[in-house]
Ligand binder design. Structure first.
Ligand code: HEM
Length: 201
């Protein structure tokens, strides 16, 4: 079977389909046959708002915090050309990438704790399944960052000793983990936004 994560379009389509399937599955009735979640078609808009907002502001931070200062540092070192990407830009981007993931997780857990739903969300207790799905997917994404993406990127960028075969393998693993996270981000954000706004249909 063709792996949809082999292409960027396939990755996005996989994520959207996953989100729609999960939205249907989460609307399961409780023990009394009552569907406990509100349904709100406007949620589609809120979900898209979060996705494109993250894309916009994520890139804003990337340009201001990573690319502009990294290119400045590369030019000050005598303009290494395209090599500047691996040497100056990627390590800086990956630093913020992996630590922002940790801080997102910690603040998410903090929010759940504050709402009295930390245990409920992670065990999919009644009333907590929607945010629980988002929290679990966010947790899986964090693990992917630290266990699969970062160690393999270190080999790819030459920050860690690796043979050419190991580097070739690292590229495949890092790309697939990265595309998995891209696909998972769509249902994850549906969980985040639907908790407060209702499921989309
Ligand atoms: C992985 C990246 C994550 C992103 C981009 C993200 C994004 C968001 C967004 C946009 C909201 C606002 C939803 C709304 O009010 O409409 C939200 C709420 C929330 N998120 Fe996340 N989240 C992430 C991970 C996590 C994780 C890992 C957890 C828990 C372990 C978590 C727990 C929560 C909680 C408890 C809320 C508050 C829900 C509410 O009060 O309605 N998030 N998140």
């Amino acid at each position: 079977m063709v792996n949809p994560l082999q292409s960027r379009t396939g990755t996005v389509i996989t994520g959207v389909i996953l989100a729609l399937i999960i939205a249907v599955l989460l609307k399961t009735p409780d023990a009394n046959g009552v569907i406990t979640y509100a349904v709100n078609p406007l949620e589609i808009n809120v979900w898209l708002h979060a996705i494109v907002g993250i894309a916009w502001v994520g890139l804003l931070y990337y340009f201001n915090g990573i690319q502009i200062p990294a290119v400045g540092a590369a030019l000050a070192d005598g303009d290494p050309g395209p090599a500047a990407i691996n040497k100056y830009i990627a390590p800086r981007a990956l630093f913020w990438f992996r630590w922002a993931a940790v801080l997102t997780w910690i603040t998410g857990v903090g929010a759940l704790q504050h709402m009295g739903g930390l245990h409920g969300a992670f065990t999919f207790a009644e009333g907590w399944q929607v945010i629980g799905m988002g929290a679990w997917l966010g947790t899986i994404m964090l693990i992917n960052v630290w266990v699969l993406i970062w160690p393999n990127q270190q080999k790819i960028l030459g920050l860690k000793e690796a043979s050419p075969e190991e580097i070739a393998k690292a590229k495949v693993v890092a790309l697939m983990a990265s595309r998995t996270n891209t696909a998972l981000s769509f249902p994850m954000l549906l969980g985040m936004t639907s908790f407060g706004h209702g499921l989309p249909f």
